[in-house]
Design a protein around this ligand. Structure first.
Ligand code: ADP
Length: 896
């Protein structure tokens, strides 16, 4: 038999392989080479986390006890996939358009972004999933123990240390690959790929053991069938009520389990994958269940009577001394357990951090989102802590329950608990009248009934509930007996619990929905969810208004990261036809922004954060009347009208802005003409007068002569520079420049620019910080011209930054595939209304007049960048003045 140490080595190697696969897939995805990572097959295989260790090992055990009943666990999902995949498609579509991050987020979003509902579902999920995680840890420890009777002999301590290290390993894996990025739209390719691999391993393991049993132990299929016929399993009768209940339950669990929601909806990258999954996954389930009966029957016949049927998959190959096969079976069970725990931990941690930790954190810091501090780091930290917390809970549960048989029944009990979400979920996406109050009451009622009739009794009649509670009810109230609610006796306990919890849950949900009046947001969200295919895009929600785009940008930068936020805002601005990085704050934009943020912090929190900035009003009286109007046509018509009038308003505003700009420019130009004649005349006058003095032949000292000539010299230089600038600009504008293209790197060009502007500290020089980042990016451009732009920006920072300790940060990075160079100083920045203007010829911000310069520098920069195929723009929201130079793209490529 395989030694215990060899087993540990193989298990560690397998884990290393999983890390490598996940790492490889993640880095591939990062480089944008998705390829088959997003194939429907990988998606289908990832669904297999439905089959946990409980199914891998337990199905055989179940078959020895209850015959064909184990099939129901596979029938439920099969029915959903084949018969009702339109439902899944609807969920996936809603998930994508609303950027849903978890099942708690789905329920919370649908019912007016109510965080209370988010919390209820999260708590329910944690309570329902913890024992399930404990069950997986138990199965791994048990399977280790099979190989090492000695370790088992050491008792629970030896075993639980295995469980402990497995849990630690899972925490590390999940944190490494599950919290790499915040945005749910960037999926966890590493995790999903590793899980797909595990799916193949567990299927291969079961089939291999099955084939071995059928062809090597028994004499082929016919013999197996005869053995089944002769075994006690054949005496099993179908109990229709249990059968139907179990199918319903597994179907509900397939949709409602947090981890299933994670793989089906959140990790889905393409709606069409569902079409493949709808036949391929039932096929997978069929293959995985194919050999369950043969293994059970042969196990019963050949293994000693006291052997645990739950481990036949593993003990059979061992009994026949098949080391390789038993190893494979072990890895199959290990895969089933670990993949479930990883995805469950990701799903739960998202829910816990978005619905519990983040709201508390936001509340604790009253100023909310706009205060300093990086929300993004907090979210990631909250997720990591939640992952560790979830696994710690599972481990504790495993320790406290003593890893005993109580755990084995946990699988179905967890299913019943999580199925309580079903009425609120289905009601939410099919019934516009469903309300938050209804959903909350239904969930709480279902949760309570489940706890009373399944969860608490599962600890046995001497643990939490005493035997007398079972026989006479609490305080002697017979109607409340946990297994005979309302005096209905004789039902199977499972059927009893499902029946009452679902009935009372749905009843309360419908009743309270009818009795309560939905808030406007609920009405809007209700309509969007129910009609998701008609209105895949936006529904009215925000009324635009009071928010400054810059405040929103500052908040968004903290949540999704500066680069992503800037790209988003810039894209929106371009869509609206504005230059620069700040779009108009329109309702549409707010909606999109909210959805974007929802991907990182959950819908309810995103909504609250935007509401904080826009002043808390998200729906006006007008909207209220609009949604009160049930007639869809009128609604749509008025929507269109409103959109048109908003559009008109915006166009008018843009026109006015353009007009203002023209006026200001023309004033500036007049100013410039008098200025330039003044600037030309001043040096001219002094040149003339000093040269007259020199020519006059008067007696003067050598120093005076020297001084007069150097004044003439300096003034001449100033004149030349002014004329040079004017000339340069006119050449650039007329497009008569010849570019001197050559290969170079950003670093070299920057080095030259910095050297050219270097002045000693004392002489007012600015401190320059370089953040090297992507400075090695290759260039193929006119680097002298580019250096001219850099020099101008550095010189401007030197001239205009009024900070006590002036500093300039130069950062080179890649944004949306293009190399950009950001010049950010720590001065007062440039007022919003002047940010566009400074790029125009002759324009200066008034109080800077003293610093000299004719206001041509930035205009020249813009012309140069346009000639080179890049851009330069003012970057708002950075504290001081900040300019972003986007380097030419195609040119950079050509150099590769
Ligand atoms: P100039 O030739 O006058 O420096 P520019 O076109 O380079 O003209 O700049 C236009 C105006 O923009 C300047 O007059 C100044 O008011 C403002 N400006 C440019 N850079 C900065 C900066 N780093 N900090 C503050 N203001 C700046």
């Amino acid at each position: 038999m395989l030694s215990f140490n060899a087993l540990i080595v193989v298990a560690l190697l397998y884990v290393a392989l999983l890390f490598a696969v996940a790492f490889w897939a993640d880095s591939r995805a990062e480089r944008g080479r998705l390829g088959w990572l997003r194939s429907p097959l990988v998606y289908t295989l990832s669904l297999s986390i439905y089959c946990t260790a409980w199914t891998f090992y337990g199905a055989v055990g179940n078959a020895t006890r209850s015959g064909l009943e184990y099939v129901t666990i596979y029938l439920g999902p099969t029915l959903v996939l084949i018969g009702w995949w339109a439902l899944l498609r609807r969920l996936v579509r809603i998930g994508r358009t609303q950027r849903i991050t978890s099942i708690a987020d789905m329920i919370s979003s649908r019912y007016g972004k109510s965080n209370l509902l988010g919390i209820i579902v999260t708590v329910l999920a944690v309570v329902g999933t913890t024992p399930y995680i404990a069950l997986q840890l138990q199965s791994v420890t048990l399977s280790f123990a099979v190989f090492s009777p000695a370790a088992a002999g050491e008792g629970a301590d030896g075993l639980s240390s295995i469980a402990f290290w497995v849990a630690v390993g899972l925490v590390v894996f999940t944190i490494m690959f599950g919290t790499r990025n915040l945005d749910v739209n960037e999926r966890h390719y590493g995790v999903v790929t590793a899980i797909a691999l595990e799916a193949i391993v567990k299927l291969a393991a079961l089939i291999a053991v099955g084939l071995f049993v059928v062809f090597a132990v028994a004499d082929g299929p016919v013999d197996v069938l005869e053995r089944i016929e002769a075994s006690p399993i054949a005496d099993w009768d179908l109990q229709p009520d249990r059968w139907a209940t179990l199918i319903f339950l597994s179907a509900a669990a397939f949709i409602c389990l947090p981890r299933m929601f994670q793989v089906i909806v959140v990790e889905n990258s393409d709606e069409r994958h569902l079409a493949t999954a709808s036949w391929a996954f039932p096929l997978y389930l069929f293959m995985i269940s194919l050999f369950v009966l043969p293994i059970a029957v042969v196990g019963l016949a050949t293994l000693p009577a006291d052997a645990n049927p739950d481990l036949f998959v593993l003990t059979l190959p061992i009994a026949f001394d098949q080391s390789a096969l038993s190893m494979l079976a072990f890895l199959g069970g290990f895969s089933s357990a670990t993949s479930m725990v990883i995805v469950a931990a990701i799903a739960l941690s998202t829910m816990v951090s978005n619905h519990i930790v983040m709201p508390i954190w936001l509340n604790a810091r009253k100023g909310g989102a706009t205060v300093s501090g990086d929300v993004r780091d907090t979210v990631i930290l909250a997720r990591r802590l939640s992952i560790a917390g979830v696994l710690a809970l599972g481990y504790l549960y495993f320790r406290l329950s003593g890893g005993g048989t109580a755990l084995a029944s946990m699988g179905l009990i967890a299913f019943i608990g999580l199925a309580q979400v079903l009425p609120a979920l289905l009601g939410g996406i099919f019934w516009r009248g469903a309300t938050r109050v209804g959903a909350a009451v239904g969930l709480l009622v279902g949760f309570a009934v489940w706890g009373w009739t399944s969860f608490l009794p599962s600890f046995g009649d001497s643990a939490i509930m005493t035997a007398s509670v079972f026989s006479e009810g609490p305080f002697g109230i017979g109607l409340l007996r946990p297994t005979a609610l309302f005096g209905i006796e004789g039902m199977d306990p499972l059927v009893h619990s499902v029946f009452w919890s679902m009935l009372l849950n749905s009843g309360a949900f419908v009743l309270f929905s009818l009795l309560s009046f939905p808030t406007p947001i609920e009405r809007i969200e209700g309509a969007t969810f129910v009609n998701v295919f008609r209105y895949s895009e936006s529904a009215p929600g925000w009324t635009g208004g009071a928010a400054e785009a810059e405040d929103l940008l500052i908040m968004a930068q903290r949540i999704v990261g500066p680069t992503e936020a800037q790209t988003l805002f810039e894209a929106e601005a371009r869509l609206q036809g504005n230059a620069g990085y700040l779009p108009e704050v329109t309702p549409d934009f707010l909606q999109r922004l909210e959805r974007e943020l929802a991907g990182s912090v959950g819908a309810a929190t995103a909504h609250a954060m935007i509401a904080q900035i826009t002043g808390g009003v998200s729906v006006s009286v007008e909207d209220l009347m609009k949604v009160a109007d049930e007639a869809q046509q009128i609604l749509e018509y008025s929507n269109q009208l409103e959109a048109k009038s908003v559009e008109l308003g915006r166009t008018a505003r843009q026109l006015k802005e353009a007009n203002d700009k023209l006026m200001a420019l023309s004033v500036q130009k007049d100013g410039f003409l008098s200025q330039i004649s003044h600037e030309l005349r001043t040096p001219m006058t002094s040149i003339r007068s000093f040269s007259e003095i020199l020519m006059g032949g008067e007696r003067m000292s050598a120093e005076d002569r020297q001084r007069y000539s150097s004044i003439i010299h300096d003034e001449a230089i100033r004149l030349t520079r002014l004329l040079d600038d004017l000339l340069d600009l006119s050449v650039l504008e007329n497009g008569q420049v010849t570019l001197n293209m050559r290969h170079d790197t950003v670093r070299a060009v920057l080095d030259r620019a910095v050297a050219a502007t270097e002045r000693p500290h004392k002489a007012g020089g600015i401190v320059i910080h370089r953040t090297p980042g992507d400075e090695d990016a290759p260039l193929y451009t006119d680097s002298d011209r580019l250096a001219q732009v850099f020099i101008n920006l550095i010189a401007n920072a030197e001239k205009y930054c009024e900070a006590d300790a002036p500093a300039l940060t130069i950062e080179v990075k890649t944004v949306a595939g293009r190399t950009v160079v950001d010049f950010t100083d720590n001065g007062r920045g440039i007022p919003r209304e002047a940010r566009e203007m400074i790029f125009e010829k002759f324009s200066r911000v008034s109080d800077h007049r003293a610093a000299g310069g004719a206001g041509l520098g930035l205009a020249i920069c813009r012309e140069i960048m346009a000639r080179l195929g890049g851009t330069i723009a003012y970057l708002p929201g950075q504290g001081g003045a900040s300019f972003r130079v986007t380097l030419p793209e195609a040119v950079a490529r050509a150099a590769e």
